[in-house]
Design a protein around this ligand. Structure first.
Ligand SMILES: Nc1ncnc2c1ncn2[C@@H]1O[C@H](COP(=O)(O)OP(=O)(O)OP(=O)(O)O)[C@@H](O)[C@H]1O
Length: 260
């Protein structure tokens, strides 16, 4: 049995439109994988299909079996808590299937540990609705971590964070993957953060997988130019990783969309 996530000829249709097509990839556990691509490339659709939220064709197997939703922590692109719950209550809801009527000591200590690791412990008693956008995003991520998922699927889960918190969260996710053997998939627009943190990058365009590999293999100047339609330089930082320096757009034309 092949360990990890195997996507074989995955396709997703919305109405009569094919959004994701011919998508095949093999992703090994213990890794952080960045899903990149322009707006409308199909990243959210693909992640929703893997998480079991969107019907698909083809096969998606995790360790040789159809993905068990109990093993998944999925954070969609747009999620918010509007109920009057405290941060701690929101975290505990991450274990709602297990909790029943009792909150055990180990649930509370897991919540405290996760809040600490994200620098959110001082907010534990605060109502969610009083937090900033970035703080709410980190609490919702913490809630997914409470589930101790084998497959953690995050759709732009760092989009509201400042640079320091983006780096901290991505470091934490990479460590989580290594420590627990989980696979972490994250859709992300910041190519340089993807380059710095991800074990591999999957570049989508028009609903198809254009390339999958290390940042040096994926973030090439021809790919950046043709897929993002920008002028750029691709430099090397001291560690040898590619750094994309945008120089401008030739013309602000609509870019190819997975639904076209
Ligand atoms: N429910 C839907 N019905 C029809 N078309 C949809 C639906 N959801 C998404 N699409 C279309 O599918 C294509 C891919 O959308 P998707 O949200 O997966 O892209 P994305 O790569 O995540 O984009 P972004 O970076 O802007 O979030 C887009 O053309 C979008 O308009």
């Amino acid at each position: 049995m092949r360990q990890g996530l195997i996507l074989d000829k995955v396709a997703v249709e919305r109405g009569r439109t094919t959004i994701v097509s011919h998508f095949s990839a093999a992703l090994v556990p213990s890794q952080l994988v960045a899903v990149i691509g322009p707006n409308g490339a199909g990243k959210s659709t693909l992640l929703g299909a893997i998480a079991g939220d969107i019907p698909h064709k083809g096969s998606i197997l995790w360790n040789g079996q159809p993905v068990d939703r109990a093993a998944v922590g999925f954070m969609p692109q747009y999620c918010a808590v509007r109920a009057e719950l405290s941060v701690l209550q929101v975290l505990l809801l991450g274990r709602h299937e297990k909790l029943g009527w009792h909150v055990r000591e180990d649930d509370l200590s897991a919540a405290a540990e996760i809040l600490c690791s994200l620098g959110l412990d001082h907010l534990a008693e605060r109502p969610m609705t009083t937090l900033s956008g970035g703080q709410q995003q980190m609490v919702l991520l913490a809630q997914r971590l409470m589930r101790e998922p084998r497959l953690l699927i995050l759709d732009e889960a760092t989009s509201a964070l400042d640079l320091r918190h983006q780096i901290g969260v991505l470091d934490l996710l990479k460590d989580y993957a290594k420590r627990t053997g989980a696979l972490v998939l994250i859709a992300i627009h910041d190519l340089n953060l993807a380059s710095r943190h991800a074990d591999s990058l999957m570049l989508l365009h028009g609903g198809e997988l254009v390339s999958h590999g290390t940042s040096s293999e994926v973030l090439t100047l021809p790919a950046i130019r043709s897929i993002y339609q920008i002028e750029a330089e691709v430099l090397r930082c001291r560690s040898g990783l590619p750094v994309v320096v945008p120089l401008g757009v030739a013309a602000f034309a609509p870019i190819r969309d997975a639904a076209q």
